[in-house]
Design a protein around this ligand. Structure first.
Ligand code: AMP
Length: 191
């Protein structure tokens, strides 16, 4: 089983590229952001809890996020691979994921990081905010906070996988197909 962590700041194109990856490789795509947005739409207890953090552009607490992720992995035992999109976002989440996947003998295979300049990120997020209906994409201050949170809490996760020699980074700018070809070049070495 292949476990790929698709990594990058908000607006780096993880969700878009993950869909192309699942179409080509048939992997399960798990986006924690999508799971939280669904929980909010369904007005679950977890959704209500997550909303307060998401609206401000802050991270949902680790115990909530890790518990949700472990449950989804357990619910999909027969997949040939998983694309983790937007998770892990803290070193504590990365450690928890390692423990959980190692207990199933299916460790993380690779982290693929999308590199995009901050100027381009802000432009993309403000554009997405015009029609996505996402409050956290529509407000420049919230976007700025999400990028700050990424730099302070999430970037160290790259170091976690670098230490394990599982880190690959690619340029996340250019056409969707160009970026996807760069991802495939990394993936084709391990599938
Ligand atoms: P995203 O769709 O990945 O940009 O996520 C939207 C929001 O969901 C983030 O700004 C966080 O508030 C929350 N979120 C998504 N994934 C995580 C995670 N792994 N840990 C904590 N919060 C998360």
């Amino acid at each position: 089983m292949i476990n790929v962590v698709l990594f990058g700041p908000p607006g780096s194109g993880k969700g878009t590229q993950a869909v192309k990856m699942l179409e080509k490789y048939g992997f399960l795509h798990i986006s924690t952001g999508d799971l939280f947005r669904n929980a909010i739409k369904n007005e679950t207890e977890m959704g209500l809890k997550a909303k307060a953090f998401m609206d401000k552009g802050n991270l949902v607490p680790d115990e909530v996020t890790i518990g949700m992720m472990n449950a989804v992995i357990n619910d999909n035992p027969d997949v040939k691979g998983i694309i983790f999109d937007g998770f892990p976002r803290t070193v504590a989440q990365a450690e928890a994921l390692d423990v959980f996947l190692n207990s199933k003998n299916t460790p993380v295979s690779k982290m693929i990081a999308l590199e995009v300049s901050e100027e381009e990120l802000i432009k993309r997020l403000l554009n997405r905010g015009k029609d996505s209906g996402r409050a956290d994409d529509a407000d420049r201050d919230i976007i700025k906070n999400r990028i700050d949170v990424y730099n302070s809490q999430t970037l160290p996760v790259a170091g976690f996988y670098k230490e394990q020699n599982k880190f690959a980074s690619i340029k996340g700018e250019g056409s969707l197909d160009e970026i996807f070809a760069r991802i495939c070049a990394v993936l084709d070495e391990i599938v």
